[in-house]
Design a protein around this ligand. Structure first.
Ligand SMILES: Cc1cc2nc3c(=O)[nH]c(=O)nc-3n(C[C@H](O)[C@H](O)[C@H](O)COP(=O)(O)OP(=O)(O)OC[C@H]3O[C@@H](n4cnc5c(N)ncnc54)[C@H](O)[C@@H]3O)c2cc1C
Length: 664
C-alpha cells in the first residue's frame, strides 16, 4: 500500500485537447495561475494529455519531482479518468491520489467568452487542487467472476451471442419467453438486400443452439428476479407450464393430429393471426425446441375438464402430456448477462387514418412477411382477406416513425424491408407496386444497389406522407379500391392512388415490458424507451450496470447484420471478463463508521442496490462493498452522519466547494 508523505506535492496539468479547450480557454494562463496555489509543486500545459507522451510526462514528473498528488484539467472523467489513473499508478503513485477536472464539456464547449471561460477553468482547477489534498490511498478490490452467462431473449441477437460463448467453451443459459427461439427473423421469408432465405440461414443456428452441450435453453420462460452484482448474479427464472414434459416429447406431432379439434380453429400467433392452429401445437415446423405446447385458453380439457383427451392416448407410450404441470422457478448463478430482448412492432391501429382494422385489405408488413412465406398461412400465395390476389399494392413507409404524433425516431429498417416486400409481392403477383416514402434511407452494403434494382423492376416511388386511406370512390377507376391520398412533394400536387391492397411499414418500438427488464437489471433507457448503452461510440454494448451487456434491437432499431455484429461484440466483452477471472471493484463505495451508527435502519430501505444489511449482533448497519454502487443515497440520508463514502468525504467536498467559490 502506498504510504502518504507528510509534504503534499501536487502536479497540475492542463490539456489543450487540440483546439477543443485551447480555442476558448487560455491554457498557459491557467497553468501559471495554478503554479502559485498552495501545495502545487509543478504546473504544466500540454497539447494532448491523454496521448502517450502526455501520460509519460506525468509518470516522469512523479519520479523526478517527487509528486504525491496529481490533478489533470481536461475532458470528461467518463472518457479519460481511467487513462490518467493508470498513468499515475504506472508512475508509482496510488491511482486515487488523482483528481480530474472537466474544462471541456463543462467549460470550453459551453462558453463563448474566452476571458470568462479561462476564469472558470481557473476556478475549477483551484477546486480540484484543494480537493486532492484530502484524497486518501484507496485499494480496488477484486471479486471472482462466475463463468456462466445468462442470455435474455432468443432472437438472432441472443442466438448469435449464445453460440459465440458456447463455442468458446462457456456455459450459457438462454431464456426465451416464447415457446420457440428465432424472434422476428423466424417469421421472414427472405432477407434484404441479398434476398437469401431467412429460414435457411436461421434454422441451422436455432437447431445448433438446441443441441449445444454448453447451452441450457429455457423457452417459454421469463426472468423474474436478479440479485447480486457483476460476477455474481443470482437469477430466478420462471418456467411457464406448457403441459408437456420437455424431456419426454420427441416432437412426433401425433398428439396434434389426434386432438378432438379436427381442424385448426384458433388464431395462430406465429402467423400474425392470419392462419389457425389447434389448442395443442408447435409454433412453426422448425421451432426450437421441437416440443409441443398446450394453450390453456383454448384447450377443452384445461378449460372445462370435459374432453376425451385423445392427445394423451396418442402419447401413451411416451406419456409426455402432463395436465398437472405448474409454473416452476429455477435459481441460477451467473457472472454476466446479455440482454437481447429485441423490439415490438408499432401498433398500426394507432394511426386510424390508414384504416388498419377498418379496411380488411390493409396489412402490416409483418403480416405480409407471413403471406409471402412458403410456410405461411397461404403457402406463399399473396391472397387478400377478401380472397382476391392484388393487382395493385400501396406500401406506406414510416408508419409510427419520424412522426411527432407517434415516434420521432427513424426505425432504420422500414425503407429496406418495404423494398424487399415490394419485390416479393411483385414476384408473387405481378401487381403494380407504389411505395410512398418521406426519404429513402438505404445506407448499408448493397442497400442502394437493391433500391436501384427495384427502380429497374418498375416499382413506383412517390415522395410524400400519405394523408389517409379510404374506400370512398370519386371516379369509376376508384370503385372497389382503397384510395391513398398523398401530396406528391416532387410533382407538387395532391394525388389519389387507387389500389387493391395497402401495406403499412410499421416502425420498431421498445418491448412492452422493457421498463420491467430495465428495473430488474438496474439499467437505463433513452427517452424513446430503448436500453441505453454506456457510451454510444466507445462502449456501445455495455450498460451502466457492470457485467450487463445489450445486443440487437433492444438498444434501438437495426438490421440483422448490425444485430449480429453487436451480439458478437457483447459476447466478446463477456469473454474478456470471464477470462480475466475476476472483476475490479471501484473503491468509491460507502462504509459505516460503527462508533457513530445508532442502528436506526433508515438507510436500509433507501439503498437501490440492496447493499445495506442490519447486523443483529452489533445492532449496526453494514454495507456490502461488492453491491454498493457509490450512489451516495445512504450518505445523504443517515441522520447521525455515520455513513461515509470514499472519494466523497466531507472534507474533500467542502474544500472543492470552497475552491470554486474562492476569490483569488
Ligand atoms: C417487417 C420486418 C422485416 C424485416 N426484414 C429484415 C430483413 O429482411 N433483413 C434485415 O437485416 N432485417 C430485417 N428486419 C429487422 C430484424 O427484424 C431485426 O434486425 C432483428 O429481428 C433483430 O433481432 P433481435 O434478436 O435484436 O430482436 P427480436 O427478433 O425481436 O428477438 C428478440 C427475442 O427476445 C424475446 N424476448 C423479448 N422480451 C423477453 C423477455 N423479457 N424475456 C425473455 N425473452 C424475451 C422475444 O420473444 C424474441 O424472441 C425486419 C424487421 C421488420 C419489422
Amino acid at each position: 500500500m502506498q504510504m502518504e508523505t507528510k509534504e503534499i506535492r501536487i502536479g497540475f496539468y492542463v490539456c489543450h485537447c487540440g483546439s477543443n479547450i485551447a480555442s476558448m480557454v487560455d491554457c498557459p494562463e491557467v497553468a501559471r495561475f495554478a503554479e502559485k496555489l498552495p501545495h502545487v509543486a509543478l504546473s504544466r500545459d500540454y497539447k494532448y494529455m491523454c496521448s502517450d507522451p502526455g501520460q509519460e510526462l506525468i509518470q516522469r514528473d512523479i519520479k523526478e519531482h517527487h509528486l504525491n498528488r496529481i490533478v489533470v484539467a481536461s475532458c470528461s472523467p467518463l472518457l479519460h479518468e481511467h487513462t490518467f489513473r493508470t498513468a499515475v499508478e504506472k508512475g508509482g503513485l496510488n491511482p486515487f491520489l488523482f483528481h480530474m477536472v472537466n474544462i471541456r464539456e463543462h467549460d470550453s464547449w459551453v462558453h463563448t467568452d474566452r476571458q470568462e471561460a479561462t476564469a472558470k477553468a481557473k476556478a475549477l482547477s483551484r477546486a480540484a487542487i484543494r480537493r486532492v489534498v484530502h484524497h486518501k490511498v484507496l485499494e480496488t478490490k477484486q471479486v471472482p467472476i462466475h463463468p456462466e452467462v445468462l442470455v435474455l431473449g432468443g432472437g438472432i441477437a441472443g442466438i448469435h451471442a449464445a453460440m459465440t460463448l458456447a463455442n468458446a467453451g462457456k456455459k450459457v443459459f438462454l431464456v426465451e419467453r416464447e415457446a420457440t427461439i428465432g424472434g422476428h427473423m423466424a417469421r421472414f421469408d427472405k432477407t434484404f438486400p441479398t434476398l437469401d432465405c431467412a429460414a435457411c440461414i436461421l434454422t441451422p443456428k436455432m437447431s445448433a443452439v438446441g443441441a449445444h452441450p454448453n447451452i441450457t435453453l429455457w423457452s417459454y420462460s421469463e426472468v423474474t428476479k436478479v440479485d447480486g452484482f457483476v460476477g455474481n448474479y443470482q437469477v430466478t427464472v420462471k418456467r411457464k407450464p406448457r403441459y408437456i414434459n420437455e424431456e419426454l416429447c420427441v416432437g412426433c406431432m401425433e398428439c396434434i393430429k389426434t386432438c378432438v379439434y379436427k381442424e385448426p380453429k384458433f388464431a395462430d400467433e406465429f402467423n400474425e393471426g392470419l392462419g389457425k392452429r389447434k389448442p395443442i401445437y408447435v409454433p412453426f415446423p422448425q421451432a426450437t425446441p421441437q416440443v409441443v405446447l398446450i394453450d390453456p385458453e383454448t384447450c377443452l380439457n384445461l378449460k372445462t375438464g370435459k374432453c376425451k383427451k385423445t392427445c394423451v392416448e396418442a402419447c401413451a407410450d411416451r406419456q409426455a402430456i402432463d395436465f398437472t404441470q405448474k409454473e416452476e422457478f429455477k435459481e441460477i448463478k451467473v457472472g454476466t448477462i446479455i440482454v437481447a430482448t429485441g423490439f415490438k412492432p408499432f401498433d398500426a391501429e394507432r394511426v386510424p387514418q390508414y384504416g388498419y382494422g377498418i379496411h380488411k385489405n390493409v396489412y402490416t408488413a409483418l403480416e405480409v412477411e407471413r403471406l409471402v412465406n412458403a410456410s405461411g398461412p397461404t403457402g406463399g400465395e399473396v391472397i387478400m382477406r377478401d380472397g382476391r390476389k392484388p393487382e395493385s399494392v400501396g406500401i406506406i413507409h414510416c408508419v409510427g416513425s419520424r412522426d411527432a404524433k407517434t415516434n420521432r425516431w427513424c426505425s432504420r429498417v422500414c425503407c429496406m424491408y418495404s423494398l424487399k416486400l415490394a419485390h416479393l409481392i411483385k414476384e408473387h403477383t405481378g401487381a403494380e407496386i407504389y411505395n410512398f416514402y418521406i426519404d429513402m434511407r438505404t445506407p448499408g452494403k448493397g442497400y442502394d444497389e437493391f433500391y436501384e434494382k427495384l427502380l429497374d423492376e418498375g416499382v413506383h416511388f412517390i415522395r410524400g406522407r400519405v394523408g389517409e386511406v379510404t374506400d370512398w370512390a370519386y371516379t369509376k377507376e376508384e370503385e372497389g379500391k382503397l384510395v391513398l391520398r398523398v401530396e406528391d412533394t416532387l410533382a407538387g400536387f395532391v394525388r389519389r392512388i387507387p389500389v387493391d391492397m395497402v401495406v403499412l411499414a410499421t416502425g420498431l418500438e421498445p418491448q412492452a415490458d422493457a421498463q420491467n427488464v430495465r428495473r430488474m437489471l438496474n439499467m437505463s433507457c433513452g427517452t424513446e424507451g430503448f436500453f441505453l448503452e454506456r457510451h454510444p461510440k466507445l462502449a456501445p454494448v455495455s450498460t451502466f450496470t457492470e457485467g450487463v451487456f445489450i445486443a440487437g434491437c433492444c438498444q434501438g432499431p437495426r438490421d440483422i447484420p448490425d444485430t449480429v455484429a453487436q451480439a458478437g461484440a457483447a459476447a466478446a466483452e463477456v469473454l474478456a471478463l470471464i477470462d480475466k477471472g475476476h472483476v475490479d471493484l471501484e473503491p468509491n463505495t460507502a462504509y459505516v463508521r460503527e462508533e457513530d451508527c445508532s442502528g436506526c435502519k433508515s438507510c436500509i430501505p433507501l439503498c437501490p442496490y440492496t447493499a445495506i444489511a442490519f447486523i443483529d449482533a452489533s445492532s449496526k448497519a453494514a454495507i456490502n462493498e461488492a453491491l454498493c454502487k457509490g450512489c451516495g443515497t445512504c450518505v445523504a440520508a443517515c441522520p447521525s452522519g455515520s455513513i461515509v463514502q470514499n472519494l466523497f468525504e466531507d472534507e474533500e467536498i467542502f474544500n472543492e466547494i470552497e475552491g470554486v467559490l474562492a476569490y483569488d
